[in-house]
Design a protein around this ligand. Structure first.
Ligand code: S3P
Length: 440
């Protein structure tokens, strides 16, 4: 198998086939570690994603006082006694790790400094710090960016707030801080976004109350002072990582693959819904509930695709999948118009700009506006042949490597090392299915 560091090239590959497992869900893995660290006693997590982002969260939880060890495939987390870390907590590339831990640190009433790599230092943290300040948290950022310091010693009070952006990271930070606040915090979520925090807090014995807002959203209420009880979490496969494998099958002639054990929580499946609308031969097989989350094996076959328009309301349920959708759109006849993308510009990179530039380098017609991306594709494979600047973004790197498996000419990326943040076994999974990713 080709190591992922440095430049990589992907080439037209024969029919892809076989069964592979998606790596553990990144969102759920971060939460299992953080909630396990908050719960008094021993929690465990099976099938945790062992990607760089999640390992940084594990290190942060250790620095905050949790004992964490891996025995066999099982992670054991003994938590409940938080203390101020001696050094800044370093979250690398991970917005989820940093933002959720800010909420947890505030709720636990300890002081900590937060930092990350150049990409994370460029991402907005004010969206978390503002609601925390409303609760009484004393926090300083560097113009709303990392490094951020959270101070201890303040008494927090419950708030009523509205999630002005459909961000599960912000919602989760508020919920975790609310555990340490006096009174009942109420969050109005006008547009639903991933609900793993709500589901998993319930598994850890925390009571939350939900009420519809009469439209598409809901109110979430949580009382402060609740303690987490240890829990055992089975982490399902990540639909955002599985998306790359499914996309590879859909664009590659004669492909027929199964990705096993994928989370199909309806707040995460917008990409699959969109692929089906484009004409993709996809089926969710062997549907079941595991660890409180719906899971299935996804079968995907090569398909004749056509362009579609994706509505802005769908964005929260596929926010991490737009880069790979844009790559797939190059293989779909006609225009694919993706709307509601403003949040995509503040991810690990400006993903709208990165995809537009990369597609142009592969001679695909793409255009963008502040919150949209349009790709004109064709039923005949795109030329490819570009050398792609991945901007240290794992999803940009994987999207173009997948595109190269079915383009006319090979596609080269400048660096694949960031892929390890979310999908360390990406190269192995592609090789197992028969795809060709090599050193140039
Ligand atoms: C995540 C929420 C999303 C998503 C990220 C993981 C989470 O971010 O893009 O990869 O685990 O809560 P936002 O909350 O910023 O939308």
């Amino acid at each position: 198998m080709t190591p992922l560091e440095g430049p990589l090239v992907s080439r037209r590959s024969g029919p892809l086939g076989g069964r592979v497992r998606s790596p553990g869900d990144k969102s759920i893995s971060h939460r299992a570690l953080i909630f396990g660290a908050l719960a008094e006693g021993e929690s465990e997590a099976a099938d945790l994603l062992e990607g760089d982002d999640v390992l940084r969260t594990a290190a942060a939880m250790r620095a905050l006082g949790a004992e964490i060890e891996r025995t066999g495939g099982l992670w054991r987390i003994t938590g409940g006694a938080w203390r101020a870390p001696q050094r800044p907590l370093y979250f690398g590339n991970s917005g989820t790790g940093a933002r959720l831990t800010m909420g947890a640190v505030a709720g636990a009433g300890v002081a900590a400094v937060f930092d990350g790599d150049a990409s994370l230092r460029s991402r907005p943290m004010g969206r978390v710090l503002e609601p925390l300040r409303l609760m009484g948290v004393k926090a300083e950022g560097h113009k709303g960016r990392l490094p951020v310091s959270i101070h201890s010693g303040e008494k927090l009070s419950a708030v009523s707030c509205i999630l002005s952006k459909p961000s599960a990271q912000v919602k989760s930070a508020i919920l975790l801080a609310a555990l340490g606040a006096e009174g009942e915090t109420r969050i109005h979520e006008p547009v639903l976004c991933r609900d793993h925090t709500e589901r998993m807090l319930a598994a850890f014995g925390v009571r939350l109350d939900f009420e519809s807002d009469g439209a598409a959203g809901r109110y979430i209420a949580i009382k402060g002072g609740q303690r987490l009880r240890p829990a055992s979490i089975a982490v399902p496969g990540d639909p955002s990582s599985a998306a790359f494998l499914v996309a590879a099958a859909v664009i590659t002639p004669n492909a027929d693959i199964v990705v096993e054990n994928v989370l199909i929580n309806p707040l995460r499946t917008g990409f699959y819904e969109t692929l089906k609308e484009m004409g993709a031969a996809l089926s969710f097989e062997n549907k079941r509930i595991e660890g409180g989350e719906p899971v299935a094996d996804i079968r995907a076959r090569h398909s004749v695709l056509h362009g579609v328009e994706t509505p802005a309301e769908r964005a929260p349920s596929m926010i991490d999948e737009y880069p790979i959708l844009a790559a797939v759109a190059a293989f779909a006849s006609g225009e694919t118009m993706m709307r509601g993308l403003e949040e995509l510009r503040v991810k690990e990179s400006d993903r709208v700009a990165a995809m537009e530039a990369g597609l142009a380098a592969c001679r695909v017609d793409a255009a963008s506006g502040p919150d949209w991306l349009r790709v004109r594709g064709s039923a005949t494979p795109p030329h490819g042949g570009g050398r792609i600047a991945t901007r240290h973004d794992h999803r940009i790197a994987m999207s173009f490597l997948i595109m190269g498996l079915a383009s006319e000419a090979p596609i080269e990326i400048d660096d694949g090392s960031m892929i390890a943040t979310s999908f360390p076994a990406f190269g192995a999974a592609i090789a197992e299915l028969g795809g060709r990713i090599e050193k140039p």
